[in-house]
Design a protein around this ligand. Structure first.
Ligand SMILES: Cc1cc2nc3c(=O)[nH]c(=O)nc-3n(C[C@H](O)[C@H](O)[C@H](O)COP(=O)(O)OP(=O)(O)OC[C@H]3O[C@@H](n4cnc5c(N)ncnc54)[C@H](O)[C@@H]3O)c2cc1C
Length: 407
């Protein structure tokens, strides 16, 4: 009688953003997972825990029309399933949402409001501009979209049908993924990965600074390593073509009694002095409104906790939304924040799969640009299948995203 040898796995996931935490979740839910054979550690550099970067400070749009197709097609249904299984509506603000591109004029002083940079985060690539009609119906403005001024609106065009766009609260989603993974035995270690250890072209460990032990340098043994450190991923594998783009965002609480109907708007606001601005506005279920501005090329600091916030950039965003919405102008600004998103320098991406050119057992999951919240479950599911299913992913063909194409 032949007996399959049980493989002992020590998996270290570098980076506790949405990609790392979702990967830990899917690993811990894989049919081959058991605590007796598999040890999973999420290694996170922030002193404040997970989701301190882009994954805690993003908009949270989940769209069937996002890109790239092959990972969206896995991710969207997984988001639906996760929300059903874990009560995502309550736990992380899951809901379907209206979403469209809004064009119009802003009221106010142009210099204080505007910028002529074309640094949008490019979620709306492929959606064209529309003409400028006279009345509400011809402008396409939905009846319940009352928190932008009708008289300032030139046009509104929906980006999908009612079941094509949803949202989550990214911080709550990411921390929930980790909490659910911890319930199955996953551990969080607060430390900064410094280097990958390998013997005979196979990963054997991750050397890191342990922040719970005065920054002592230690090594975690590993049979498998997932590199999901977002914009910081090249600090471990310098040949990764990942650049970092900083973006600012704010959150606004409307006045008591004011309800903001569920829409996400990609705006194109014409301002005085031929300036324009394109803030993205996200109404959230708890009546918080999140708004983000364009990307800039500020230098990536060594640690997520040291990201600098340019208060003037936040104020521009606040002024811009105030120029088209009385409800938002009268609200109280809650958070002013900034974060870096990981962008594949050569175009395309994200980069997902085993990087066996560098070392067997090394898996890359990064470069999600402006769609990492949407595409986290698909990425995580595929990585979990590759590791737990011994190098075969059942979900989809991701050869276009394979590390060998980018390294
Ligand atoms: C303004 C803005 C709005 C966005 N809106 C959306 C949206 O609506 N929908 C959508 O799908 N996407 C959106 N995104 C994109 C999304 O936020 C990112 O694609 C996603 O968060 C990337 O996740 P990540 O886990 O790869 O990176 P991160 O969230 O940056 O996480 C990486 C983690 O790795 C840690 N780390 C770094 N180096 C090390 C190390 N050496 N050792 C250990 N840990 C390390 C960091 O501290 C960090 O916690 C938006 C992004 C921005 C900036």
């Amino acid at each position: 009688m032949s007996m399959d040898k049980v493989e002992q796995r020590n998996i270290v996931v570098i980076g506790g953003g949405i990609i790392g935490c979702s990967t830990a979740y899917y690993l811990s839910r894989h049919p081959s997972y058991s605590t007796s054979t598999t040890n999973i550690i999420v290694l996170e550099a922030s002193a404040n825990g997970v989701a301190q970067g882009a994954s805690g400070k993003a908009g949270g749009l989940i769209a069937k029309w996002a890109y790239p197709r092959e990972i969206v097609d896995i991710s969207f249904p997984e988001h639906v399933k996760l929300a059903e299984e874990h009560n995502g509506a309550e736990r992380w603000g899951w809901r379907f949402v209206g979403c469209g591109s809004w064009e119009g004029e802003g009221e106010g002083e142009g210099e204080a409001l505007g910028e002529s940079r074309s640094g949008s985060l490019e979620k709306t690539l492929g959606f064209g501009a529309t003409a400028a009609p006279e009345n509400r119906a011809d402008k396409g403005l939905p009846d319940d979209l009352t928190w932008v001024k009708e008289e300032l609106t030139t046009s509104y065009s929906p980006m999908s049908g009612p079941d094509g766009t949803a949202q989550v609260h990214p911080y709550l989603f990411t921390t929930s993924m980790l909490d659910l993974a911890k319930e199955k035995g996953v551990q969080l270690v607060k430390g900064t990965a410094i280097s990958l250890e390998q013997v005979d072209h196979h990963v054997t460990g991750v050397t890191y600074r342990d922040w719970s032990d005065s920054g002592c340098i230690k090594t975690l043994p590993a049979t498998h390593v997932v590199l999901s450190a977002g914009a910081w991923s090249p600090s471990i594998i310098p040949s990764l073509p990942i650049a970092a783009t900083r973006a600012h965002s704010v959150t606004i609480r409307p006045k008591a009694g004011v309800t903001i109907s569920p829409y996400v708007l990609f705006t194109e606001i014409l301002l005085p002095h031929s300036l324009s601005a394109s803030p993205e506005i996200y109404a959230r279920p708890d009546n918080e409104v999140y708004v983000c501005g364009p990307g800039d090329d500020s230098i990536l600091p060594g640690n997520v906790d040291d990201v600098e916030i340019d208060l003037a950039a936040c104020q521009s965003i606040i002024n811009q939304v105030a120029s088209i919405s009385q409800e938002l102008r009268e609200g109280a600004v809650d958070k002013r924040q900034a974060c870096f998103l990981p962008v594949v320098r050569t175009g395309g991406g994200p980069i997902i799969g085993e990087a066996d050119k560098i070392a067997k057992g090394l898996y890359i999951a990064t470069g999600h640009t402006c769609w990492g919240i949407c595409n986290a479950p698909g990425t995580a599911k595929v990585i979990a299948e590759l590791i737990m299913g011994r190098r075969k992913a059942r979900s989809g063909n991701l050869t276009k995203l394979a590390p060998s194409r980018f390294l």
